[in-house]
Design a protein around this ligand. Structure first.
Ligand code: PLP
Length: 417
């Protein structure tokens, strides 16, 4: 027997980081619905604050004591410890939304005069923050596109005259909604080119689209991994939350910023996400299996023009995918034959699949990127990113795949009517 056996994250999600003796033997971590924590003595309170405010280094075995739920809370701390297991991260910080985690990364790691290099397309909220909020703080941005090679991006940065100001490379991959892949290792190499002895250029990856199961950016040298925990991590369309993972140093910075922005998640959210994590692997495995069945069905249907699914990549995209991803995920986008009218017809005729934005949940969700999630994207960028009027995006859930295919088939069968 192997005495060094390491349990898999899915086996540890029910118990890791919690001890029943803390709570009268309760097998589950209770909801610590409390704003503040009682110190055993004034000396203890003093010691906790010294560490929390960085007045002295934390001792070897010393934990940050519980003080006040804006700073820390058992439901958040245990959740954060569990989340680190999937990405092999040293530490994690949980936020009240994905946007909150993302905006906190920008506010903590970018300063006036800095330049942010980012991949297109990014999530609509992120796109707005990058293009309309960062400039209020004197931060400039340069966007690049999937398919652009490292040399091409470097030439573009050089032309801008701002190469010495690049403070962060921000990446979202695969690209939403068309599943184009961006090479994380290439982005790490780019960041190395712009790092100096005085200032490191950080790499942050929004990994929401692949969830904690199918892509692990830290393994490829990224510094920060971001999640909208509203998606696969929560997985039941009933909670909004976000997370950021990385080494101790970067997450300590994130947690300090979080303390002062006050955008941590509450204990109830922490508890809900711990419950969700117990089934993360089985949910995501089933979703991926269903997505393959649905993509295979759609790709053979005469009323479907093109299917964007990570399992069907070719060429350079496929080469990066094989190196970088551990599964094809549960997102399938497709062009119906025709235009917006035909796309709407299909969506409106579905009986089981729900018309809603968001993704990664137990129920299948369909939406029309051109007029919904990506309505704010310029016509020029829509063209570049293949966001056509006939494009539909489907997030595949855990239903019986026979029912999902039946639903799509019955909706497609009357397209000419
Ligand atoms: C949903 C989403 C976000 C934003 O997360 P919220 O939890 O809604 O704030 C960010 N990035 C991606 C890729 C998303 O899908």
């Amino acid at each position: 027997m192997d005495s060094n056996h390491k349990f898999s994250p899915e086996s540890l999600m029910m118990s890791y980081g919690y001890s029943p003796e803390w709570s009268e033997g309760a097998i589950k971590c209770p909801i610590f619905q409390t704003s503040t924590f009682v110190f055993k003595s004034a000396e203890e309170g003093k010691a906790f604050f010294e560490v929390a405010y960085g007045l002295r280094e934390k001792g070897e075995a010393e934990e940050l004591g519980l003080i006040y739920s804006r700073i820390n809370n058992p439901d958040l701390e245990i959740l954060e410890n569990r989340l680190t297991l999937w990405d092999g991260a040293e530490d994690c910080a949980v936020f009240e939304s994905g946007m909150s985690a993302i905006s906190t990364v920008f506010l903590e790691f970018l300063h006036p005069g800095d330049v942010l290099l980012f991949s297109n397309p990014v999530y609509g909220g992120t796109d707005h923050f990058i293009k309309h909020i960062l400039d209020k703080y004197g931060i400039e941005v340069i966007g690049f596109y999937p398919h652009q090679e490292k040399e091409e991006i470097m030439e573009m940065v050089k032309q801008s005259g701002k190469a010495d100001k690049i403070a962060m490379v921000y990446v979202e991959t695969p690209a939403n909604p068309t599943n184009d892949i961006i090479d994380i290792e290439m982005c790490v190499e780019l960041a190395k080119e712009y790092s100096t002895d005085e200032r490191k250029t950080y790499v942050a990856v929004d990994n929401t689209y692949m969830g904690p199961l199918w892509q692990h950016p830290l393994k490829f040298g990224a510094d920060l991994v971001l999640y909208s925990a509203t998606k696969y991590i929560g997985g039941h369309s009933d909670v909004i939350a976000g997370a950021c993972l990385g080494n101790k140093e970067v997450i300590t910075r994130m947690k300090t910023m979080r303390t002062f922005l006050g955008n941590m998640a509450g204990p109830w959210t922490g508890w809900l996400l711990m419950r969700s994590l117990e089934t993360l692997k089985v949910r995501m495995d089933k979703q991926a299996e269903n997505a393959k069945a649905v993509a295979d069905f759609l790709s053979l249907h005469p009323k479907i023009e093109k299917v964007y699914y990570l399992g069907y990549l070719e060429g350079k995209n496929k080469e990066i995918f094989d190196r970088q991803c551990e599964g094809a995920g549960a997102m399938v986008s497709f062009d119906v034959v025709g235009g917006e009218k035909e796309a709407f017809k299909l969506i409106n005729r579905l009986k089981l699949i729900k018309l809603a934005v968001s993704l990664g949940s137990t129920e299948s969700l369909i939406q029309h990127p051109g007029t919904m999630t990506h309505a704010g994207v310029s016509e020029e960028d829509k063209e570049k990113l293949n966001i056509t009027p006939s494009l539909v995006r489907l997030s595949v859930g855990v239903e019986n795949p026979v029912d999902l295919i039946h639903d799509l088939e019955q909706a497609l069968s009357k397209m000419d009517a």
